[in-house]
Ligand binder design. Structure first.
Ligand code: MG
Length: 261
C-alpha cells in the first residue's frame, strides 16, 4: 500500500496454519507507559500467545526494540523466538549488546543525560549498542531532544536515527526489523510460511515492507496515513482480541515444507 492511502484499513483475516506471525511488543501487545519498564502484559494474554504459538508450530516471534532479556522477563515463563534491539539480537546468537559501543555514542549519551537533567520527564534508555531518548513524560522537550539527536548522528559512524512514538533511537545503520524478519524466515519453523507482521510504529514499517515483499500481511496498530500496512487494528486491545480469535480458530491442515534430501 503506497503512501497517501486512506487512514482506514480493514482488519486482518484470521490466520491459517501456514502463517508465521511476527509481533512487535510496545504499542502492539502492550499499551505505552511513561516508563517502559513499568508496562505489563494483560492477564490471559500469555496463555493465548502460547496456544497460538503451538498452533503455528512455533512460528510466532517477537520483533522488538527491547533487548532479549527484557522480552524474556515480560513474557516469562514463555521463551518465544525473538529478535531484540530491532534485529540486532537473536536468541542463541553471539551478539552481545554493549560489546561494540562507539566512543561517540558514549559521548552522546553524556550529552543526552545532561539534557534529561534539564527537562524532567525526558528519559535516556541505555540498551548497550543502542540508545533511546524518550520524551513521553516531557512533551515540551520533544523538539530539543530531536534536535540534539539530529545534530549529533553524523558524528557517530555506522549509526542512524530511528524515530518512533515519543522516542528517537540511535541504532546501528545496518539493523532494522525488515532484516530481522528476513533472517527469521530463512529458518524453521518460519521457513516457507506466509509472514504476518503486526506493529504500530515507524520502525515497524521495515517489517511491513519485508512481509509485503514476500506475499505476507502487514497489520498496522493504530492509525497513520503514510504506512505500508494493508490491514489495521485500532489498539493493543484489538490486537489481543484478534490473537484470541486466532487461538480459538480450529486448525487447518497445513503441512510445513519437508526437508530436501
Ligand atoms: Mg511498537
Amino acid at each position: 500500500m503506497a503512501a497517501g492511502t486512506p487512514l482506514y484499513r480493514p482488519p486482518p483475516p484470521l490466520l491459517d496454519d501456514a502463517c508465521a506471525l511476527f509481533l512487535d511488543v510496545d504499542g502492539t501487545l502492550l499499551e505505552f507507559a511513561s516508563q517502559p519498564d513499568r508496562v505489563r502484559l494483560p492477564p490471559q494474554a500469555l496463555a493465548v500467545i502460547e496456544t497460538l504459538s503451538d498452533r503455528l508450530q512455533g512460528a510466532l516471534a517477537l520483533v522488538s526494540g527491547r533487548p532479549l532479556h527484557e522480552l524474556d522477563r515480560l513474557f516469562w515463563p514463555l521463551q518465544l523466538p525473538a529478535a531484540g534491539l530491532h534485529g540486532h539480537q537473536f536468541r542463541g546468537s553471539e551478539t552481545s549488546p554493549g560489546s561494540t559501543v562507539p566512543e561517540a555514542l558514549s559521548h552522546f549519551k553524556r550529552e543526552a543525560l545532561a539534557l534529561a537533567r534539564r527537562h524532567q520527564g525526558v528519559m535516556v534508555e541505555d540498551k548497550g549498542s543502542h540508545l533511546a531518548l524518550h520524551w513521553r513524560g516531557a512533551p515540551h522537550a520533544a523538539e530539543q531532544v530531536r534536535a540534539l539527536a539530529a545534530a549529533r548522528i553524523g558524528d557517530i559512524a555506522g549509526y542512524r536515527l530511528q524515530p518512533g512514538d515519543h522516542v528517537v533511537e540511535l541504532v546501528p545503520a545496518d539493523v532494522d526489523k525488515g532484516g530481522a524478519v528476513r533472517t527469521l524466515m530463512r529458518e524453521r519453523p518460519f521457513l516457507g510460511r506466509t509472514p504476518v507482521f503486526v506493529g504500530d510504529d515507524l520502525t515497524d514499517e521495515y517489517g511491513f515492507a519485508a512481509v509485503n515483499a514476500n506475499g505476507g500481511w502487514s497489520v498496522l496498530v493504530g492509525r497513520r496515513d503514510d504506512s505500508h500496512a494493508n490491514y489495521g487494528l485500532a489498539d493493543p486491545g484489538a490486537v489481543h482480541a484478534w490473537l484470541r480469535a486466532n487461538a480459538e480458530n480450529p486448525a487447518s491442515a497445513f503441512s510445513p515444507p519437508t526437508e530436501q534430501t
